[in-house]
Design a protein around this ligand. Sequence first.
Ligand code: PLP
Length: 374
Amino acid sequence: MPSPTGDPFLLTPGPLTTAPETKQAMLHDWGSRDAGFIETNARVRSRIVAIANATDSHVCVPVQGSGTFAVEATLGTLIPRHGKSLLLINGAYGHRMAKILDITGRDYQILETPEDTPPNPDDVDVILAGNNDISHVIMVHCETTSGILNPVEEIATVVANRGRALIIDAMSAFGAIELDVKKIPFEAAMASSNKCLEGVPGMGFAIISKLALEKAKGNSHSLSLDLYDQWQVMEKTSQWRFTPPTHVICAFDRALDLYEAEGGLAGRGGRYRDNCRILVEGMAEMGFKTLLPENLQAPIIVTFHMPADPNFDFQSFYNKLKDKDYVIYPGKLTVADSFRMGCIGQLGETEMKGALQAVRETLSEMGVTTGTPA
Ligand SMILES: *Cc1c(COP(=O)(O)O)cnc(C)c1O
């Protein structure tokens, strides 16, 4: 059962299935100095900051590229060249930030937990108490590697009490899981156009404290990833430095209309929680087991253990689901053999039930009687 455009449904962590209206919003050309485009850009930026309830204290600084560009730009802009960070890792996106800090030459200490285990806020407190040279704590909100929800509020409290700054990779959670700066104080949070806000891929952004940005001049190792400079130019001229992804921004504005029409954070988060529940329950009926217990599972992407049945072969499972118009995602775990199915994007009950039906038919075609893992 294909989508209205005939494209398969993407049950992945991105790129994601987008609404027809969002795709249609790209059927024009805009000049970067076009007044209509400048207005759209300003509107997108202010809507994003409002989602974090940060209008009075923070600004949205967008950057061309995928989400990782925004992560690298933010770390390079905000962490002074001789600054030191504490990086919390429990998956591939945490490791990616370690690589960024290595390449940009910023010193850091790691607190690593297994992929199915959130960081303990007490451990963070002990490390901060013993290391006055740590200025920033860096963490991932939802670690998309496993789908785990990290305790961002508890950690933010510890970090604030110790007078340090928090940087959150909120990429896969922003817009669906609450990130209210009044409850979760952060210096910066990064996300992109193409995750829970359901725009098309092509731009990332950071929501950054104005006070922190004012102090960030000259920190960046990079010209194109310098968010201080991007911010300054955008404030002064209302324009992007370098060619803006015009179509992506106009599609994003439309996607934000749909977000608001759906009821914002409550509506979007509610739909994803329903998607997640339908998926987990339906897969459990076929014997599949999730990596994470319910209390650690974010309603973003679900990791399932590989079935033990000798007839099960992941590549042919993947191909047969794709033939039925559902695209899933391989696992990225080191702790267990697994695959993932996403709950985000322009998908609802019908699509989740369609995906379950496709899994059921595929298992039967493969001669697999149960999804139960070893
Ligand atoms: C998707 C994602 C990113 C960015 O990945 P890109 O492929 O560069 O868009 C970063 N962090 C997390 C947690 C993500 O889910």
